[in-house]
Design a protein around this ligand. Structure first.
Ligand SMILES: [Zn+2]
Length: 92
């Protein structure tokens, strides 16, 4: 089980910004991934969609705040674990 921050693609600057939503997933990607890819072949939970469409995207570069119109440009980013982060070296 992991925690994921939701980020959305910004029309203003082309980067992705955190939209103030953190979700828990039993099975999720180990790196940044599109929400629609994570749920490919499955239904995206309604509560996640509801959170996204109620949230706003604030661009720190342009100062523009926009409503999100959908979840197609939303990405999941795994939240870094505080424990063992320095010891997580793969020596294979
Ligand atoms: Zn931006």
């Amino acid at each position: 089980m992991g925690k994921y921050q939701l980020h959305a693609l910004c029309d203003e600057c082309g980067e992705t910004h955190f939209i103030d939503i953190t979700i828990q997933l039993d099975e999720g990607p180990s790196k940044k991934e599109k929400l629609v890819d994570t749920f490919a072949g499955k239904e995206i939970p309604q509560e996640i969609i509801a959170l996204i469409i109620r949230s706003k995207l604030s661009c720190p570069h342009s100062g523009v705040t926009a409503s999100l119109t959908g979840y197609e440009q939303v990405f999941l980013i795994p939240e870094r674990r505080k424990k063992n982060s320095k010891n997580n070296i793969n020596s294979s």
